[in-house]
Structures are given as C-alpha cells and as structure tokens.
Write a protein that binds this ligand. Sequence first.
Ligand SMILES: Nc1ncnc2c1ncn2[C@@H]1O[C@H](COP(=O)(O)OP(=O)(O)OP(=O)(O)O)[C@@H](O)[C@H]1O
Length: 201
Amino acid sequence: MQLSAHEVGFRYEKKGWLFRNVSLTISAGEVVGLLGPSGCGKTTFARLLAGYESPHEGTILLEGKPLGKRGYHPVQMVFQHPEKAVNGRWRMRRILEEGGHPGDELLSDLGIEKEWLHRWPHELSGGELQRFSIARALGPDTRFLIADEMTTMLDAITQAQIWQSVRAIARKRGMGIVVISHEQHLVQRICERVVDFQQFT
Ligand SMILES: Nc1ncnc2c1ncn2[C@@H]1O[C@H](COP(=O)(O)OP(=O)(O)OP(=O)(O)O)[C@@H](O)[C@H]1O
C-alpha cells in the first residue's frame, strides 16, 4: 500500500503557486516527517493528501488509484486543536462513535479510560481530548494518518506517551504516518525519513 503525490501543485484563488512539483511516496508502515517554515504550505498539502481539496496540477494516488470522494476516507488527518474538532454539546462516547465503533483494544492502546466516555469535552485535558481525536481517526479502514502538529500543544510527557501509542498501533496495522511539525527534534526522533517541504515552494 502506497500513498503518493505526483508533481502536485496548488494555489489559492488570486494568489501565485503555493507549491509545485511535489512528488512524494509514503509506504505502508512508514513514518515520514514534513518540515518547513510557517506558511510554506504543509497543512495545505496535508489537506490534499486527506482529500479535503484537489490539486490544480498533478495527482494524489492511493495504491495507484485516485482517492475516492465517497465512503470512508482511508487517509485521515488529526489537527493541533482537538477542542475545535469536537462538538462541545456531545458527550465523548457520541463524539467517538460518530464515525464507527472503535474497539476496546484501540481505546486501551491510546490510554483512553472508560470513565472518560461519559464526560463532556470541556471536562478533559488537551491530551485526553487529543487521544479521542486520534481514536476517531483510526477506524479499521484507515491506511495513512496525517498528524498535523498533533502534539504541539501538549507537554513533553504526554507528547511522548501519545507518539509511543500511535507508533505501536501503526506498526501493528502497517499504517503509514505523515508527521507535520515545527519541532525538528520531534520529527527527527520519530521519523524514518524527513522531507523539507520548502524545496517545493
Ligand atoms: N483558505 C485559504 N485561502 C487563502 N489562502 C490560504 C488559505 N489557507 C491557507 N492559506 C495561505 O496559504 C499559505 C500556506 O498555509 P498552510 O497553512 O498550508 O502553511 P503551513 O506550512 O502549514 O503553515 P504553519 O506551519 O504556520 O501551519 C499561507 O500563506 C496561508 O495564509
């Protein structure tokens, strides 16, 4: 299983090219880092990989085929601010089960306690809430996870715990991960390969 970008280019309306000629392949089970200064287009590129937007040039292929527009998307994204990604008027169980029914094994692998399922989002810490966002993104059909500054807001211990869990799950499932972060040391510690995105701008 491979997720690949072939000579991908993107521009926002009335602006010049944000990036062009991005060619990158991520294989099942691989952990790839994307580094680059703020504003160079990393999040935009991540949104293309996850199918939120379409490129103006080039193609994004999963296993050699264009990404489908319908059904469960096998490339899932987790963002920096979990509180923005959840409905504050739903309890955690409902939020978690929005896209399916994650098994007990996944919840325990991510360190999610059963008791948290009855709480409201504001009754959890940022790290606890981010574990739910990750669980929601890791449906059984997820093949690639795009972690866009996924642990930037968390303290070093929580950050390390979450990455340990996510990497273990990825190894178990053969899932690929794209790590987008400003934190060079984090990227270098957890990624097998690091791509400097600035070269495409
Ligand atoms: N919807 C949009 N419409 C117009 N311009 C946008 C839009 N979204 C982002 N941009 C611009 O595109 C550029 C790239 O943004 P993007 O968020 O992809 O960069 P980034 O590398 O992820 O930055 P950061 O590391 O700060 O999150 C920025 O200049 C941003 O202002």
